[in-house]
Design a protein around this ligand. Structure first.
Ligand SMILES: Cc1ncc(COP(=O)(O)O)c(C=O)c1O
Length: 282
């Protein structure tokens, strides 16, 4: 069986999580930017937090944000939470990315942003998108690279193509920090605006969040063990025991987790960004 995800966490990472290193998120931001060859990177608790922040920092509200109809449910949720309306555009069946013909037809005077998702690492046709948006420089293109950490388009890394690109570091992603996200840009003014907004609006997380992450990691270390995994598969397929114990994600409910804006701006003490995220990039 091919596992849906196989994060490479081990005991050393669990121990690192217990340490409280000074400013690990700032170190991560620096190393991530260096690795990608961009000027600036900003860390977030989740990619969805980065999306709400970018929309708010751009003063995009009461507007339409074009969103692929096939994407993670938290993306349209983040659009709604930032007081905008997702305008769904279908995907094409060849690469599962936005159908750009349909996108063109769905642009209205209220459209203020397009979420350009590179689904499963396949690049969206960014030149065609730029041609469609040529007459509308007011529309912000937000590249969703949650599943496209090293994708290139016409020989260039995709994040070189426009002002703003986002990544996710949740459990099933190329680099995982259990949870996490980042925005990268070469535009200093944009970087400063987003950073200012983040630092003004994100609150320090309490010890509960760190404890939750430690328990989550322990759960993953155990859950990915072959024996435990086999037992869980057996219980899931042959019994209803796990159904009665599970809380499933409610796709009908529009919400973001309570902690989506919690981490401490100086990244010290209270909020523990797992220190091994930076060592992964060394
Ligand atoms: C395409 C895509 N965009 C955005 C996200 C959201 O990322 P996060 O969970 O870090 O908010 C995901 C998460 O799986 C995703 O697959």
């Amino acid at each position: 069986m091919i596992p849906r995800l196989r994060p490479y966490f081990n005991l050393a990472e669990l121990l690192a999580l217990l340490k409280n290193n000074a400013e690990p998120a700032a170190v991560f931001e620096k190393r991530f930017a260096e690795k990608l060859g961009v000027r600036f990177a900003l860390a977030f608790p989740y990619m969805r937090s980065a999306l709400t922040t970018v929309l708010k920092a751009h003063n995009i509200k009461d507007s339409e944000v074009i969103t692929p109809a096939f994407t993670c449910v938290v993306v349209p949720n983040a659009v709604v939470v930032s007081l905008n309306t997702p305008r769904f555009v279908d995907i094409n069946p060849t690469d599962y990315n936005l159908d750009l013909g349909e996108l063109e037809a769905k642009i209205t005077p209220r459209t203020k942003a397009v979420i350009a998702t590179h689904m499963f690492g396949a690049p969206l046709d960014l030149d065609r998108l730029a041609a469609i948006l040529k007459e509308r420089p007011d529309i912000l293109v937000i590249q969703d690279c949650a599943l496209a950490l090293s994708t290139t388009y016409k020989g260039k890394p995709i994040w070189e193509y426009n002002g703003i690109t986002m990544f996710s570091f949740s459990i099933g992603k190329h680099i995982s920090a259990l949870e996490g996200g980042a925005v990268v840009t070469n535009d200093e003014a944009l970087y400063r605006r987003i950073k200012q907004f983040r630092d003004d609006h994100f609150a320090p997380a309490g010890p509960g969040k760190s404890l939750g992450q430690i328990l989550f990691l322990i759960e993953i270390l155990g859950g990915l063990n072959k024996l435990v995994y086999g037992l869980v598969q057996f219980l899931a397929e042959k019994t209803s025991l796990l159904d009665s114990l599970s809380v499933y994600y409610d796709e009908e409910r529009v919400y973001l987790p309570e902690d989506y804006q919690t981490f401490s701006p100086p990244f010290r003490r209270k909020w523990v960004w797992p220190s091994w995220t930076s060592s992964l990039l060394l």
